[in-house]
Design a protein around this ligand. Structure first.
Ligand code: GDD
Ligand code: MG
Length: 361
């Protein structure tokens, strides 16, 4: 049965601080992920789920979004761009972007955090929202460490009873998955032109006022890619097919080698690794579960695992990179071991050495 066209707001104004130095030159939602800008995965899924009009709520590096996605027609979408000169927070950003919405006060509006990979059934979430005539319906998932997220307890009927953003004392493992359905009139009630947090102000306020916020529980694939570890995992999961994405060019597999990249015979590239355009993996090099941005070079005998290698970076033979971020154009000399959690800033040169760089020292 054809569904009514839906509208969405995508929140993409954050600075992506936890992904520095990668986000110094591009905002988090535009980082190359399985061969395309991250947001392309969300936009193609949105279009598949019946969304026809998207407003991007931008602030940091705003101009780069329109350059990447234009009017949205290549996704079968119509995309508008709204800008916050000073970031207005999640609630303020939603309110600012809402001036471009076309629907009426009772219509549902889908809001998406711009750093989420989710395989959940969005139309089913919208159906629940409509059926219960809720003010807001939140997608909820269970995680091991809820203190890093919005903790969301519900009653037996699925009604949200509290919203506790990044609380040190979570009362449940169920958290806000960053995909909301709002009744349009609820967005219009957010004060305009002010910094507002939807998590810390709007949701608790709605609950306080006795209006209905519903939880939509579904434990499909879900990941917030806001840290380097999560970002590489998300990219690899798309390449491997663990997170099905219509934006993936080609079939899922052990690696994605983009046009203009080269992987020598005798090199091992596996675990969902992406080899960016112009990048070279020389014979005898091993790359597992990693993302190589464009024009990187992994020399003979280097070992790269679970890492992000920036544009134009060079990893010399004998270097070992594990769970690390190597900034654009950095060069890691032979013998260096760059351990889990380390970030090497752009243009840094690590000379050949026998010293071990570790996150513990
Ligand atoms: N337009 C705009 N303006 N967007 C913003 C702003 C702003 O001032 N601040 C943040 N955003 C966008 C970010 O770009 C991102 O897409 C989204 O809002 C969420 O921000 P994050 O910085 O990624 O938040 P988080 O991951 O710590 O927490 C949020 O997501 C969790 C799920 O992954 C919260 O919504 C939590 O409650 C939730 O559990
Ligand atoms: Mg996030």
């Amino acid at each position: 049965m054809p569904r009514e066209p839906l509208e969405a707001i995508l929140l993409v104004g954050g600075k992506g601080t936890r992904l520095r130095p990668l986000t110094l030159s591009a905002p988090k939602p535009l980082l190359p992920t399985a061969g395309v800008p991250f947001l392309a995965h969300q936009l193609t899924r949105a279009a598949e789920c019946g969304i026809s009009h998207v407003v991007l709520a931008t602030s940091y590096r705003a101009e780069m979004f329109a350059e990447a996605f234009g009017d949205g027609s290549s996704f079968g979408l119509s995309i508008d761009y709204m800008y916050e000169e000073e970031p207005l927070g999640t609630g303020g950003g939603i309110r600012n972007a809402s001036s471009r919405l076309k629907g009426g006060p009772e219509d549902p509006v889908v809001i998406l955090n711009g750093d989420i990979l989710s395989g959940h059934d969005l139309p089913a979430q919208v159906d629940l929202h409509r059926k219960r005539d809720a003010a807001v319906t939140l997608h909820l998932v269970e995680v091991d460490d809820p203190s890093r997220y919005g903790c969301v307890p519900t009653d037996g009927d699925g009604r949200v009873t509290a919203f506790l953003e990044k609380t040190p004392d979570p009362v449940t493992n169920r958290i806000n998955a960053g995909c909301y359905v709002f009744k349009r009139s609820v967005i219009d009630a957010i004060p305009a032109g002010e910094v507002v947090s939807v998590e810390r102000e709007t949701f608790p306020g709605i609950i306080e006022a006795g209006e209905l916020i519903m939880g939509y529980d579904e434990s499909a694939y879900w990941l917030d890619v806001g840290t380097p570890e999560a970002f590489v995992r998300g990219s690899a999961d798309v390449v491997l097919g663990h997170m099905p994405s219509p934006a993936l060019a080609g079939e899922p597999g052990e690696s994605l080698v983009l046009a203009g990249a080269s992987v020598a015979e005798g090199a091992q590239v596996s675990g969902g690794t992406v080899v960016g355009a112009g990048s070279v993996v020389e014979t005898g090099a091993t790359v597992h579960g990693s993302v190589l941005f464009d024009d990187a070079r992994i020399r003979e005998g280097a070992v790269v695992t679970d890492s992000i290698i920036g544009r134009g970076a060079v990893i010399e033979g004998g270097a070992v990179i594990e769970g690390a971020v190597i900034g654009d154009r950095a060069s890691i000399g032979s013998g260096n071991e760059v351990a889990r959690g380390l970030r090497i800033w752009p243009d840094v040169r690590l000379e050949p050495t026998s010293v071990r760089f570790s996150a513990d020292v």
